[in-house]
Design a protein. Sequence first.
Length: 294
Amino acid sequence: MEPLIEIPGNEQHIGELSNSVLAAAKRNMEAHRMGNAVEIQAPSQTAVAPAVNDSAAVIHMIERAALDPNVDIDKMERLLQMQERIMARNAKAAFDAAFADMQKELPVINERGGIKDRNGNVQSKYALWEDINEAIKPILARHGFGISFRTGKRDGHIVVTGVLAHREGHREETEMELPADTSGSKNAVQAVGSSTSYGKRYTAGALLNLTSRGEDDDGHAAGVANVQVINEEQFLALNQLIEEADLDKVAFCEHWRIDSVKELPAGKFNDAVASLRRRIAYRAQQSAVRSANA
């Protein structure tokens, strides 16, 4: 995967400096062991001004140690590891601060997408990925963030991983596993594309804590029918099957386009049960095959 965002020059310089200083120290120690110790001058590009932060202080120590022919390389490497931890800590702090500032600017996304039943009535609405992307992209850039996605497959499902990275080097990830969306007579390619779009929408929402709402005044689309949902007994049965199927509830809800298991329309209960039982049977079959081949 290509880099999401450019690492600032300061951190990049420190990383290059660490490598060059350690290499110089190793050359000096080797020369000393061979009886040919020579004075090693610090490279001009590694000159460091008086330390103004923890990372610069550690690098300053490493640079001075590199000029010593008797330097302990193990200690040097521990210093470098310390410097990397400091950089990671500073990057996380910068990420958190920028994220807090950015949160105040992130908008509520209008829901222009709609899920229709067989009669053409809109059952639920959702925010389109293109609307989300257009709304958040300039705000992310302004605060030094970039968001990207990786896709893959696991047990026949599509896995979408969202990555939120900050220019100081820290990043956060979350993933969602989804079945291929075959609703609406989609072909195989369309099913993968649809599920990938869902994955982008929900991983971005999880990483950024996005919210959405209907475009109409009361938050409900005109013409949405009142849909009867499953009862408590059906809810408990579904929960048990979801657990047996080792399926994430978020993935289940995404597949059925609901916000929670309790909101599953009663008319879809039998289909949901059948789908979960197929998954359970498939996983049992795969487990048996692996055991036989062990």
